[in-house]
Design a protein around this ligand. Structure first.
Ligand code: NGQ
Ligand code: ZN
Length: 457
C-alpha cells in the first residue's frame, strides 16, 4: 500500500483539492479521500489527471515519421504514402521493431500517454514467411511495452486481401498476410503468453473491410470470443473517399453502413478514423456505443478529410485519440488538432463544446480518456477507487500552465503554447516519468539512433 497526497486531482465529478490517494500492491487505487491530507504521504508536485490511452498505434511507422514530406509532380496522396510505407517496412527486423517501439512507448509516456493499443500487422519476415516463433513480432511489442512500462492492449491484425471483394494481396503486403488458421493460432499463443499479466490485454483487429472478407471478419470474432467475449475489436473504416467508393462498388453500401448493418457494433468495437460518414452513419455509430478512434495528426498528415464531430458529439458519440503513424506523439496536440480541424472547416471557435461556459480542454480531455479506456478495455481513463493508478502530474512550472486552475490547466496544456505540460507519470502504481524524463530515455534514444542510421543508409 502506498499513500499519496494530491493538491488537486481531476475526479469523475470534477476537480477536488487535497486528496489522499492510496494505491494497493497491485497498482490499483484503493482509497480516494477528498479533503484529507496525510502527513506521511508522498506529495504529488502538481495537478493530477488521468493518463491518456493512445488507442491506435502502428509502432514501426514512428521511424518513418517526417521522411515522406517531399514534393512530387503527380500530387502525393494517402495511397502514394502507403507505397512508401510498404517500402520502408521491407527492411525491418524484429530487433529494429523492438528498438523503435521501445523508443516510441517511452516518448508516449513522457508526453502523458499511459497505455497504448498496438494495431499490429507486421507479422512475418521480409519474404512473407512466418518466423520460427510466429508470434515473434507481436512479442517484440510486448517486450517494448515492458521496457517502457506502458499499459498495452495488443491487437493482432488479420490481413488477407488488397481490396474489397477478396482481391489477392499485393507484394508490399506479404509481411501482413495470414490464413484464418494461422491467425487463430497466433491469437491462442498470445492469449497464453499474456494471460494474467498486469497492464496487458489482448484483443484483435480485422485490418479493414478492404483486407478481410465478411466471412473472415466472422472468423476473427469467433476466435476472439473463444478466448474472451469482452475482448476489444478494432477495425479501420472509411478513412479515404476512395475506400468509400470501392465499398459502394463492392456491396452497394458504404463501409460504416456495412458495419452497422452486418455486425453488431457495440461498445466492444472501435472504428479507427471513421472519417467519411453520412449523418445517418454518424448517428448510428454514436448510438451503438462503439468508440470512434480519431487520429488527428495522422489524418492531417495523410489528407484524410473531416470527421463530422459536431453531429457525433451531439449524439453522445464516444471517441478517443490515437497516434497512428506517430507524426505526433502528444495527446494534448492531438486534441488541439481535433478542434482546429473543426474550426478551419466551420469558420467558428470552440466548436466541440456546447455547454455554455464549459472548458473545451476539460471536455475533450475527459471524453478522450474515457473513450480510450473503453477502446483498450483496461480499467483506466478516470481516477476512482478500483481503477488502475495511471496518472499524469501536470507541470505548473510551464509558462502556459502557471497561474491557471482546474480545467484551465487542460485548456492551457491543449491550446496554450505549453512546451512541457507533463511533469511526472505513473502507470499501475509505478513512477515511469519523473521531472519529465523516463529513466530509459537516453539509452533508448541511442539504440534508436543506431537503428535509424542503418535503416536510412
Ligand atoms: C495502416 N494507416 O494500416 O498502417 C494504415 C495504412 C491501409 C493508416 N490508415 C494502410 N493511417 O489502411 O491500407
Ligand atoms: Zn491505422
Amino acid at each position: 500500500m502506498k499513500d499519496y497526497h494530491a493538491p488537486h486531482v481531476l475526479l469523475a465529478q470534477g476537480w477536488a483539492r487535497d486528496v489522499r490517494i492510496e494505491v494497493d500492491a497491485s497498482g490499483f487505487i484503493s482509497t480516494l479521500t477528498p479533503g484529507v491530507a496525510a502527513a506521511s504521504a508522498e506529495k504529488l508536485a502538481g495537478p493530477v489527471i488521468p493518463g491518456m490511452p493512445n488507442l491506435h498505434s502502428h509502432a514501426f511507422q514512428r521511424a518513418m515519421a517526417g521522411l515522406t514530406e517531399k514534393g512530387g509532380p503527380a500530387g502525393d496522396s494517402f495511397w502514394s504514402w502507403r507505397e512508401q510505407m510498404y517500402r520502408f517496412l521491407e527492411r525491418l527486423t524484429p530487433d529494429d521493431v523492438e528498438v523503435i517501439a521501445t523508443r516510441l512507448y517511452i516518448e508516449m509516456l513522457e508526453a502523458g500517454y499511459t497505455s497504448v493499443a498496438e494495431f499490429h500487422y507486421l507479422h512475418h519476415d521480409a519474404q512473407g514467411a512466418a518466423y520460427a516463433d510466429p508470434a515473434e513480432m507481436a512479442c517484440r511489442h510486448v517486450a517494448a511495452a515492458d521496457t517502457a512500462g506502458i499499459g498495452l492492449t495488443l491487437l493482432p491484425v488479420l490481413y488477407a486481401h488488397s481490396n474489397f471483394g477478396g482481391l489477392p494481396p499485393v507484394a508490399g503486403q506479404r509481411r501482413f498476410i495470414h490464413s484464418i488458421d494461422a491467425f487463430e493460432q497466433l491469437v491462442e499463443t498470445l492469449a497464453k503468453r499474456l494471460h494474467g499479466r498486469p497492464l496487458r490485454r489482448l484483443g484483435a483487429a480485422p485490418h479493414s473491410l478492404r483486407a478481410v472478407t465478411p466471412q473472415q471478419l466472422g472468423a476473427v470474432l469467433a476466435a476472439l470470443n473463444r478466448m474472451d467475449t469482452s475482448a476489444p475489436l478494432h477495425i479501420h473504416a472509411a478513412e479515404q473517399r476512395k475506400e468509400v467508393d470501392d465499398s459502394l462498388a463492392w456491396s452497394g453500401l458504404r463501409p460504416v453502413e456495412w458495419l452497422l448493418r452486418e455486425t453488431d457494433l457495440s461498445p466492444r468495437w472501435t472504428l479507427i478514423h471513421a472519417t467519411h460518414m453520412t449523418p445517418e452513419e454518424t448517428e448510428g455509430v454514436a448510438r451503438s456505443g462503439a468508440v470512434a478512434g480519431l487520429c488527428p495528426s495522422t489524418e492531417g498528415d495523410l489528407g484524410d478529410g473531416f470527421f463530422d464531430a459536431p453531429r457525433y458529439l451531439a449524439a453522445e458519440g464516444r471517441f478517443g485519440i490515437g497516434g497512428d503513424s506517430h507524426v505526433g506523439v502528444d495527446p494534448f496536440m492531438e486534441l488541439r488538432f481535433f478542434e482546429y480541424g473543426q474550426r478551419l472547416k466551420s469558420e467558428r471557435r470552440n466548436v466541440l463544446v456546447r455547454e455554455i461556459g464549459a472548458s473545451l480542454g476539460g471536455v475533450l480531455y475527459r471524453r478522450a480518456a474515457l473513450g480510450g479506456a473503453q477502446a483498450l478495455a483496461q480499467p483506466v481513463g478516470t481516477l476512482a477507487v478500483g481503477q488502475r493508478a495511471d496518472w499524469v502530474v501536470l507541470n505548473t512550472d510551464d509558462a502556459a500552465l502557471t497561474e491557471q486552475q482546474g480545467d484551465g490547466w487542460l485548456d492551457a496544456a491543449i491550446f496554450g503554447p505549453a512546451r512541457r505540460p507533463v511533469r511526472d507519470v505513473m502507470v499501475g502504481g509505478v513512477w515511469r516519468v519523473q521531472q519529465g524524463v523516463h529513466p530509459e530515455s537516453a539509452a533508448s534514444l541511442a539504440r534508436y539512433r543506431a537503428t535509424l542510421k542503418r535503416l536510412l543508409a
